[in-house]
Design a protein around this ligand. Sequence first.
Ligand SMILES: [Zn+2]
Length: 595
Amino acid sequence: MTLPLTWDLDSIFPGGSESPELAAFVAQLTADLTTAKAQPALPPLSAETQPQWTETINNLYDLSARLFHAGSFAGCLVSQNVKDDKARMLDGELDALHAQLETLWTNFAAAASQQPDAEWLALLETDALKPVAFDLNEHRTLAKDKLPPEVEALVSELSADGYHAWDQLYNVIAGTKQVQFEEDGETKPMSLGQLQSKYMDAETRETRRRAFELYEETWRELAPVISMALNYQAGFRLTTYRHRGWESVLKEPLFNNRLSRQTLDTMWGVIAQKSDRLLDYFAAKAKVLGVEKLAWYDINAPVGNLNSNFTFAEAADFIVKNLGDINPDIADFCRMAINNRWVESEDRPGKRAGAFCTRLPLKAETRVFMTFNGSYNGLSTLAHELGHGYHGYVLRDMPFGAQRYTMSVAETASTFNELVVTDAYLRQSTDDGERLGLLARKLDDTATFMMNIRARFDFERAFFERRATAQLSVDDLSALMMDAQKTAYHDGLSSYHPLFWASKLHFYITRAPFYNFPYTFGFLFSHGIYALAQEAGAAFKDRYIALLRDTGSMDTETLAKTHLGVDLTQPAFWETAVDEALADVDAFVELANRM
Ligand SMILES: [Zn+2]
């Protein structure tokens, strides 16, 4: 049976970016936002004014869901055809609406923060608002922790030029720089992103080494300006925090991820203790590559072979079959999503790169976008994105205010699917070269989450600590990064990447401070769940669904306690998760020695 390779968007809004229904939908939304903005301020909260508050809140959620829906749809249109100018314009238009909606939420949160606790709690106890109490409380708590609304409004306005602008400056510098790289006797212009792929993925070591040297040299040249972007952006953030009375730079990212400091410290503590087991992997990989010790540019070098070729139907069958063995509910979802054309997988020009999954809340549906090229990577990407799809599907009948989950748990279902499918494939494959390649791929990921990202986190924390009293020079920053990398990699490499603070875009994302630890958290959280699922067998299915359903209405510790019965602030869960991720080391070493 041939499966559909393109997705169905017409059942959402017929006619793509030319759709009259879509235009009418956006026009109505714009009008309703204008009406909401014109509403007078909410009266003090009391038994008599409760209905008015409820109505305002329901209206905010309604506007949010509709804007999310339109935004998702526009994202799908732009991705399936990067030349769809009308879709791009729509995307920009929706961004502006988003800013308006944000202001409405900020004003609401400020008003909520000024109401007495007793009145507020009484409001949240009502049937209408109980299911979204967690989300509403978050809005109010954050507003309470911030400066008075008129001061925050000023901070927010100044941020455009004084804070987020550094992020944009960085993107322009990093994005426009071109270098000349010689390969096979030919000199080619390359972006820094292309050069990075060369040093990470090139087959021959000499190419990787030359690419990496040029990469470091180029960042060294850019470093003086980039260090200003980092220093000033951090200065803005620290000053804002100081005025709000926030003592730790981790307060904001922890709040954003619904995590406690203790959980984070415990997780890193277990990683620090156990991750040196990856040195055995590094040693075995070095042997396979024929080098004494891995250099920075060898870490992700390809080994083994992953030359398998699947049709989309074969990949889909494999995924459905193997997920079905562990949880039939996920398998049913995947089959349904593929048959109902919720997946866009066609390999054709004009599509954007990468893969994603998005939710369409008003239809209670999801859509997956990717380009399937027949490789194992494609199969695992399909499993991954269908995991996101399943997560969205499980949440489909919850109120919109209980559907928003944070980055820390966003990769739970996707990584879980990937793990199930990859392990199934490893068990079935009889080709040693392929198994070696797959194990290396898994372990490279593990090293990224436990070592590379650990170095990013340690660097960023140390940087902010020193930045509180003085600016840091290029040399200071590089020295700090070297220290962080040596610690995280247990001194296990022959060379490092001291200018990583300049080359890594993530340090400059002002809208998501500390854009690092949620990755590692999510990776290990999913590994821990995978370990529990294997242990519990069929009985785990319902707990898994219940956990995913509550990702939008609990902090992460409560989520884990309620549905997994584990305490994230203590080491035990993390030890299980880390051991699960490191279990491949022995298999790789054994296989590498045998080959
Ligand atoms: Zn993902």
